[in-house]
Design a protein around this ligand. Structure first.
Ligand code: NDP
Length: 310
């Protein structure tokens, strides 16, 4: 009997994933959760935010692959079966994220939000552009996506500082780690880029006190998870002028509620959680490789460590 991989996502293109996976593993049966399938045949699940109870009938499940890098919606679920959980770790996804971060950093560094405001007011507002080397960019999180983005930003000549949980050595990046180093890190950063997973430790890590440690006029870019930043404190910091402007791709509640003040704040650029996505044509190979590994009794790659939450 062929093994089945069960696909579930309300966002991703099921047909594209099915085609890409079948090209990699022609003997694999790919089922889509919205159509009839035999739960007992399911060995592998490729999922993005499956509903509660999704895993219960999958009694022969051997592997859960999160259809993305952030696993906060999966880990800690009471109904997650005791099988390995892996994430997507795709260089193309990292490239897409790095390009978004670069776009946001350059936009802030080149004063574009201020110039957009001047245009709205029909003001010819010439400002002397600063060189990249005069600007310090801080990246919170130096993982698969954060490290790649840090390198891209450093490649533009910015001074780049990176912060992580454990020590890191990255050429051209000044690194520090651990909560003890965070206050000093923040106090030196003009453009802060949030690239941390959402865990018990990082939820509201950037609260009112820590946002106030950023130099006056700092800019914030959040491409990770909304709840890493206390959104109410962020709104206050942006309204009061301590923060100059922000680029937000992620929010504490998504879609962003209609009554959020962020919708109408002119110093906020908002995008609807699309900084980067899992790309079937490149990521299917690593999903197939993990299935092959499981078939020969080897441990899968890119395993999530449940204890630390990412
Ligand atoms: P990784 O899991 O590869 O890396 C996470 C990084 O954060 C690591 O450097 C880790 O430190 C650090 N970190 C985690 N917890 C802490 C902590 N408590 N204190 C300090 N540092 C910490 O993640 P990725 O780089 O692949 O992705 C980052 C996040 O981006 C994802 O979790 C996801 O939420 C988000 N994302 C958003 C997308 C979007 O479209 N907006 C798309 C894809 C991902 P260490 O290296 O020491 O372990």
């Amino acid at each position: 009997m062929p093994e089945t991989l069960l696909f579930h996502s309300d966002f991703d293109d099921a047909a594209a994933w099915t085609d890409a996976l079948r090209r990699e593993l022609p003997d694999l049966d790919v089922a889509i959760s919205t159509r009839p399938y035999d739960p007992a045949a399911v060995r592998y699940a490729l999922v993005w935010q499956p509903p509660v109870g999704f895993f219960a009938p999958l009694v022969n499940l051997a592997l859960v692959t999160n259809l993305g890098a952030g696993v906060d919606a999966l880990v800690g679920r009471a109904d997650l079966p005791g099988v390995p959980v892996t994430r997507i770790c795709d260089p193309e996804m990292a490239r897409m994220m790095a390009s978004f971060v670069l776009l946001a950093v350059l936009r802030h560094a080149r004063d574009i939000p201020m110039l957009e405001q001047a245009r709205r007011e029909r003001r010819w507002h010439w400002v002397n552009p600063r060189t990249a080397g005069e600007i310090t960019v801080g990246i919170l999180g130096l993982g698969e996506l954060g490290a790649r983005a840090a390198r891209e930003v450093a490649g533009q000549g910015f001074r780049v500082k990176g912060w992580s949980r454990s020590p890191k050595s990255l050429t051209g990046i000044e690194t520090s780690y651990g909560l003890g180093a965070l206050d000093d890190f923040l106090s030196e950063v003009e453009i802060l880029v949030v690239m941390l997973p959402l865990t018990a430790e990082t939820r509201h890590l950037l609260d009112a006190r820590r946002l106030a440690l950023l130099p006056r006029g700092a800019k914030l870019v959040n491409v990770a998870r909304g709840a890493v930043v206390d959104e109410a404190a962020l709104v206050e910091a942006l309204r009061g002028g301590h923060l100059d402007s922000a680029t937000l791709d992620v929010f504490e509640v998504e879609p962003l509620p209609q009554d959020s003040p962020l919708w109408t704040m002119e110093n906020v650029l908002m995008t609807p959680h699309l900084a980067s996505v899992a790309i079937p044509s490149s990521a299917a190979a690593q999903i197939a490789e993990n299935i092959r590994r499981l078939r020969r009794g080897a441990a899968p790659l890119f395993k999530v460590e449940a204890g630390r939450g990412y």
